[in-house]
Each structure stands twice: as structure tokens, then as C-alpha cells.
Design a protein around this ligand. Sequence first.
Ligand code: NDP
Ligand code: GDR
Length: 379
Amino acid sequence: MQRALITGITGQDGSYLAEFLLEQGYEVHGLKRRTSQFNTQRIDHIYQDPHETNPRLHLHYGDLTDTSSLTRILCEVEPDEVYNLGAQSHVAVSFEAPEYTADVDALGTLRLLEAIRFLGLERKTRFYQASTSELYGLVRETPQSESTPFYPRSPYAVAKLYSYWITVNYREAYGLYACNGILFNHESPRRGETFVTRKITRGLANIAQGLEDCLYMGNIDALRDWGHARDYVRMQWLMVQQDIPQDYVIATGQQHRVRDFIRWAAQDLGLILSFEGEGLEECAVVAEVIDERAPAVKPGDVIVRIDPRYFRPAEVETLLGDPSKAKRELGWAPEMTAREMCTEMVEEDLRIARRHALLKAHGLETPVPMEDLGHVPHQ
Ligand code: NDP
Ligand code: GDR
């Protein structure tokens, strides 16, 4: 049985990848941080009680900042494949915690690679590094491919640049099977609540149900190439199954503005929006209410406003991937468009918002936790 170790198993991608690998018959080991509240919600549905006979999912406490835990886990598990998905993955937060971000996102990768080498696993263990389209930053050519020059624009991206190159270096220096997936933005109903797509679907679903009045956004003109996380984790696995380790761009080849995503999510809630005003004064006003999906909203309501706190010190304005190499060599074809994914995300967030609204109406629950309402920084 193939054994895989996933760092970041409790995150969006880690949860989809763990599901996928279990389906493929793998024994899956995950690195989990100690937190004061449960952080395993995304993998609770695949959790296997260690008291069961032959469980195939195992969680280990550890941290990418802690060499001893990484070395111990690698030594115990001796994985065939390591997927390094763990990261402080929020670009805006990386400006606030640059040193921590570098420790986890840059040095964490080095610690894993060194542990593989130190334990003599470099001929056995294949390594996948979660690289990112943020490496392109201030883009030099469009669309971006494996050969496009990098120009990172945040502490997060700079840390990921180190990880990209140290992965290449260990491949070249030690013959380790190590590859980078340069993945463009990918989302899902499991996306963290402070990334832009989920912030929009969740915020608008809450507004539709009367749990919130207005959604505050940053640069709604940013352009992104959005795909679905479930599609993207299949490619992570495929990259590790090739004869020769290589780096691949995974993207849809289509880009949309953040404001388009706002418009789609509103449509999925039966609302037609009109964007009015300019710059920081711009807002989205409800022009038409088509049906009953948003009972708390009426025409004329202002449901989106701009708040400068969500602008970044240096922005990545536009990203568009060229996935030709992955299409050619891995047979990559995304199954879901960004528009379809938006609908899936809205449906899930509307379901959650309806439940909160119902509980609230019956006085059964403190309405919605503060962070659910979007009252947290760095969304
Ligand atoms: P998430 O933020 O959803 O998940 C990050 C994971 O990393 C979580 O499991 C988190 O644990 C874990 N983690 C954070 N800090 C540490 C640490 N110090 N030690 C160990 N684990 C840690 O990210 P995604 O699933 O969206 O992304 C997966 C990877 O892919 C990340 O490396 C990200 O940078 C990269 N990436 C993501 C893209 C995207 O669009 N989603 C695109 C390109 C790259 P906890 O649950 O406890 O917080
Ligand atoms: P990104 O994703 O920075 O591309 O990094 P995010 O969804 O945070 O931002 C996308 C774009 O939307 C703009 N934006 C806002 N973003 C947030 N979070 N909140 C807002 O209110 C808001 N308003 C506008 C941003 O400025 C940006 O231009 C994600 C992460 O998953 C990284 O880990 C990964 O490497 C890259 O995608 C590829």
C-alpha cells in the first residue's frame, strides 16, 4: 500500500487531497497543528478512529516550524510521497506576519527536504511543493507559463519563491523526485472564509438571510484565474506519478474580476446588482430582486462597499495561467468553470446562513459568530 504524508491536511487542499488519496487506496498521514479549538472540520467526514482495525488515515501533531516533529514523523511514516501543502497561506496576513510566514512557507520546506535527505529517504520519497501563481506577482508576460519570470509582491510570495527554488535545488543536487505545482487560485465551499471568493459567497448569503447588512471589499478590479480545488488536487497527485519530476502550471486559462464574482454570487441569490460611484465611493446597489432566495433584501439596498483596509501594500493586479504543458503531459482539463463553482459555493453558504437565520428566529443560538459575519481583519 502506498503511504503519503500531507502537511496542511486540515486546510482546503489537504482535505480534498486526503479524500482523493484514500479513494486511490493510499494510507494517508497528516501533519496537524495543536490548536486551542478543533481545526479538523474539513476532514472530520473522513476521520477514522485509531481503535478501528487497520485505519488508513492517521494524524500526527507537528508544525512546519519544528524540525524535530517533522523529522520524527518522516522517520516513523517513511512515506512514498510527501505533499507539502502546509503554509501561512493568506497574502494580506503575510504583510502583518512576514517573519512567521517566511519561517513556515520558506524554511518549513527546507526542513522537510533536509529531513528526507538526513533520513536517507531521498531515493524512496517523492516530494510535492505547493507553489503558487503569486510567484509571478508583477506580471511580465500574459498568460503566465512555467517559463515566465517571477516577481513576487508580498512576504508570502517571496517565501514561496524560496520554496520553489529549494525544491528545484534538491532535485538537481540530490536526485530527489521533487516537483512544484504552480497553482493558480482555486476555491471551493471549503475555502477559508477570509479569501475573496468565500468572503463574497458567505457575506452575500448572510445578507440575503438578514444576518448582515453590507459586505466590505478591497480591490474589486483585481483579475484572477479561478479553478476548483477538487480538480486541482488530482493534478498534484499526477505530477508526483510521472517518470521524471517536473514543474507544472495548473490554471483554467480564463480570468475574471473580483467584481464579476460579486455579480455572479448575487445572481445566484436572485439579486441583480448595479455598481455605482467610483474609487473608494463605489458601491453595489440592488437593482432588482428576482425571487425569494434573498428575503431580507429589497431594491435600492447597498450591499457592497469599498473599505481601504482590505487593500494590500503591494497588489497583484492580474493573473492568467497558461496550462498548456499540464494539458499536454498530464491530460489536464478542468471540470468546473469559475461560474459553476460560484454557484456551488453560494448554495453551500446559503444553506449555512438559512440554518443560522432559523436558529436566530427561534432564539436558539447566538446568531452568528463574529468571524462568520465578516468582522475580522484581512478578509
Ligand atoms: P489553507 O490555508 O486552507 O490551508 C493551509 C494548511 O496549512 C492548514 O492545514 C494549516 O493548518 C496548515 N498550516 C499553517 N501553518 C502551519 C504550520 N506552521 N505548520 C503546519 N501546518 C501549518 O490553504 P490551501 O489549502 O488553500 O492551500 C494549500 C497550499 O497551496 C498552501 O501552501 C498554499 O500557500 C498553496 N496554494 C494555494 C492556492 C489556492 O488558491 N488555494 C494556490 C496556490 C498555492 P490549520 O488548519 O491548523 O490552520
Ligand atoms: P490571493 O487570494 O491573494 O490571490 O491568494 P485572495 O482571495 O485573498 O485575493 C484575491 C484578490 O482579491 C482581492 N480582494 C480581496 N481579497 C480578500 N482576501 N479580501 C477582500 O476583501 C478583497 N477585496 C479584493 C485581493 O486584493 C486579490 O487581488 C490566494 C491564496 O490562496 C494564496 O495562498 C495562493 O498562493 C494564491 O491565491 C494563488
